[in-house]
Design a protein around this ligand. Structure first.
Ligand code: MG
Length: 369
């Protein structure tokens, strides 16, 4: 089986409402990119990567599309079922740029699953029997506004919440943490996430003010060294998200006892092939994981659902469904859907979801052998 054609599609995803992250970064929508890998065997592989704008991570839609343009000539003619071989090939031809490789990697796994007649979660080690919660993404707002939003997410079935902080100063953040943590119900997961928006000094003050509360914090500062400084001067549980990019980042964090939880954003770490290595290292160290995409639609979320389902309980703490925040759905009624706070992968070969090509419009690029 050979890759005979590669197509890229672009899709604008407006958010249902503007979304505010720490330090005032506000977003009203995202530019998503879909890949279609066509083979000479008649099997097609699909994938989606959607950076969260351009100011959140070192990733943006234009670079993603340019990166695939660089890789496409090397991928044409290759056997797409050789996921590790083709990831090494991509590394040789284009060092770094892991989120570009993630887009290709999703398509490879989709083809591998369809060729084997198995869902991707089975190929990743096997479907585990758990119902890890979908985590809400509760944007930065006033204390009252966040309490109102919390109730709104609860009404939609969510029982795990990523509560965004990092705007308006330390006192405002402490007030938000206390008000929200006091309202945590039994069985709910509350994750206070500054998305790297605090200085170490701010993070240490907010986190120490949360002593005695069941409040867990994620990625307080922008760099690993800053997060480690905070870690050593606080007692609250901590997860690392944005600074975990490749396997050596996890090794270092484990050696430093820098976190209790690792948040794996599949596109950031290079897709399923690389995420699988990180998963196995975390499992060997007893570190639980959150599994998420950067942004995107049900196509991206479905890859998340497969990967999460291949992590045993209790190491899969939750997933995230960006489809619940955007107003465009390119695969209506299909793929992994959040039902009562849980998003399970389809029992279909491959990823089990393909977008409607008519909804995507004309390809923005096409490469053929
Ligand atoms: Mg996070």
């Amino acid at each position: 089986m050979r890759i005979s054609e590669i197509e890229l599609y672009g899709l604008r995803l407006p958010l249902a409402e503007p979304y505010q992250l720490s330090r005032g970064r506000t977003f009203d929508g995202f530019d998503s990119t879909f890949i279609r890998l066509v083979t000479d065997a008649g099997i097609e592989g699909w994938g989606e990567v959607c950076p969260w704008g351009s100011s959140y991570l070192p990733a943006f839609a234009g670079a993603l599309r340019a990166g695939v343009t660089e890789l496409a000539p090397h991928l044409l003619g290759q056997d797409p079922r050789r996921v590790e071989v083709l990831n090494r090939l991509m590394d040789a031809e284009l060092p770094g740029h892991l989120y570009v490789k993630a887009l290709v990697d999703y398509g490879l796994w989709d083809i591998l699953g369809k060729a084997a007649g198995l869902p991707v979660c089975e190929l990743l080690g096997g479907r585990e029997d758990h119902r890890a919660p979908v985590v809400s993404s509760l944007q930065n707002d006033s204390r009252e506004g966040m309490l109102e939003r919390l109730d709104g997410w609860r009404e939609r079935g969510y029982r795990a919440h990523s509560l965004k902080l990092g705007n308006g100063g330390v006192d405002a953040d402490i007030a938000r943490v206390r008000a929200l943590a006091e309202r945590r119900r039994e069985g709910e997961l509350f994750l206070f996430d500054a998305n790297g928006g605090w200085t170490p000094w701010e993070a240490i003050r907010v986190m120490n003010a949360a002593k005695g509360l069941d409040a867990w914090f994620e990625q307080p500062c922008v760099t690993y060294a800053q997060c480690l400084t905070v870690r050593r001067q606080t007692e609250q549980a901590m997860s690392l998200d944005e600074v975990i990019v490749d396997l050596p980042d996890v090794s270092r964090a484990l050696a430093d006892h820098a976190c209790d939880v690792v948040n794996i954003k599949l596109a950031r770490v290079g897709g399923l092939t690389r995420a699988r290595r990180i998963r196995d290292l975390c499992l060997s160290a007893g570190i639980p994981m959150l599994i998420m995409c950067m942004a995107g639609t049900v196509v991206n979320d479905t890859a998340v659902a497969h990967f999460a389902q291949a992590i045993p309980e209790p190491y899969c703490l939750g997933t995230w469904a960006c489809q619940d925040m955007v107003t465009v759905d390119p695969a209506p009624g299909r793929g992994a859907r959040n039902i009562d706070g849980y998003m399970g992968p389809p029992a279909l070969p491959g990823l089990g979801v393909e977008p409607d090509v008519e909804l995507l419009g004309e390809p923005i690029a096409r490469f053929a052998a």
